[in-house]
Design a protein around this ligand. Structure first.
Ligand code: G3I
Length: 379
């Protein structure tokens, strides 16, 4: 464990919920249910957060202020999840109406939601190339950018100090396709401040909240493809360099927006990467888990079975490593998934990436998550 993580004890409720209920029955439905539910789990009495907590794992989800106005969905989120991460409310475009002002209203509403429902809270994201406010490009200059970045981090992290389980300090800073020798994304922050913006951000966040776990969150690093291999190599390079300088990075986030039908998910080189990161003393969070199904069959049973299989294979692989301490879904119901708009199916059928379908019934994915958490070694 890094010194930082000892200081930032990884706290979560070790839920000891009701025992798993055995699904009994001889009808075809019961048999069908059993095939969907080999572990005999019951979403109503044994929520995912409880199954995960039994193994020392934290399970949570992303959601938004708007989605949580749907009372049924709000209850589903808090009943199944031990942590909430705002998908929008803590990004620059939501927090910063002007260069001089902050709007914490939705971020605070969601913090209160977690406190009323015994959930942990996670911040996303302090530094990202996207979701920047409209005024940003016309306002930020190489002369004011450091002050702009540090004032933002200091103000926002201080505002939530002591209440955040973790922060995505840096989000998606790597992009080998930008052809830099260091593999960094040619983002506005890089153009304004150079590569040191990453160190600046972590040091400022650590100063403002010595208790939050500080995370570098990345996407498209889950596959053993040339792109995934290259991105992970740059990631390891930067982590080693920064940790060697004592930069307070405590964990990495592997977003895990998995692409159903892709052949190289969580292959041997990905597994080596996880072991390398773990050997650096870092923890690993699976931060934005879902499965894009645009390549998968139209038939619901075939598609759901394929999706559940991808979740099973991926989670069994990552959870075999005890450095993986949290699994966060990017949404709990297909009713609100970002994938519907961002990765629609060519046949126009509604997508089915999450643990609950659009009618908020548990899908095969729910049972795959439950089984993977239940089969995981204890942390
Ligand atoms: O709510 C407004 C709506 O009123 C308006 O009519 C509509 C059209 O402009 O926009 C709506 O806001 C959109 C918001 O999602 C809610 O749907 C924003 O434009 C849109 O930019 C925003 O996209 C989010 C995106 O991050 C950018 O913040 C996605 O929902 C969210 O899922 C996505 O999440 C990212 C993570 O932060 C980082 N990792 C990748 C992940 C997926 O892209």
């Amino acid at each position: 464990m890094t010194e930082g993580l000892n200081r930032r004890k990884f706290l979560h409720t070790a839920g000891v919920g009701a025992g798993a209920c055995l699904v009994l029955g001889t009808s075809a439905f019961a048999a069908g249910a059993r095939s969907m539910n080999p572990g005999g789990f019951d979403p109503g009495t044994t929520p995912l957060k409880t199954i995960a907590a039994r193994k020392g794992l934290l399970y949570g989800t992303e959601s938004t202020y708007g989605e949580l106005q749907d009372a049924a969905y709000a209850d589903l989120v808090s009943s199944q999840c031990g942590l909430l991460v705002p998908g929008l409310a803590l990004k620059w475009d939501a927090l910063r109406p002007t260069p001089e002002t902050y709007d914490f209203s939705k971020g605070d509403w969601m913090l209160n939601f977690t406190r009323q429902r015994d959930m942990k809270y996670r911040g996303h994201a302090l530094v990202w190339f996207a979701a920047l406010p409209k005024w940003f490009n016309g306002y930020a200059t190489p002369q004011n950018a450091k002050q702009l970045l540090l004032a933002h981090i200091n103000t926002v992290v201080l505002h939530y100090a002591g209440k955040m389980q973790s922060w995505d300090v840096i989000n998606e800073a790597l992009e080998p396709n930008d052809k830099r020798p260091d593999g960094l994304r040619n983002s506005p922050w890089l153009q304004l401040l150079g590569p040191d913006y990453i160190e600046m951000a972590f040091r400022a966040a650590s100063e403002a909240d010595p208790h939050a776990i500080l995370v570098w969150n990345e996407n498209f690093i889950e596959e053993d493809t040339a792109a995934g291999i290259a991105k992970r190599a740059f990631f390891v390079q930067h982590l080693k360099r920064l940790l060697g300088k004592g930069v307070p990075i405590h964990a990495i986030g592997i977003q895990s927006h998995l692409i159903g039908g892709n052949p190289n998910i969580a292959g041997p080189q990905f597994q080596q990467f996880i072991d390398q990161v773990s050997d650096m003393g870092l923890k690993i969070l699976i931060t934005e888990l879902d499965v894009k199904d645009f390549k998968l069959p139209n038939d619901i049973t075939a598609r759901d079975t394929a999706i559940a299989g991808i979740y099973t294979q991926y989670l069994n692989t990552v959870l075999a490593r005890k450095a993986v301490v949290a699994v966060l879904s990017w949404g709990m119901s297909d009713k609100y998934t970002w994938i519907e708009k961002a990765y629609p199916r060519p046949d126009g059928a509604p997508v089915r990436p999450l643990a609950f379908d659009a009618n908020m019934n548990p899908s095969r994915t729910w049972y795959a998550l439950a089984k993977a958490f239940d089969s995981a070694p204890s942390r």
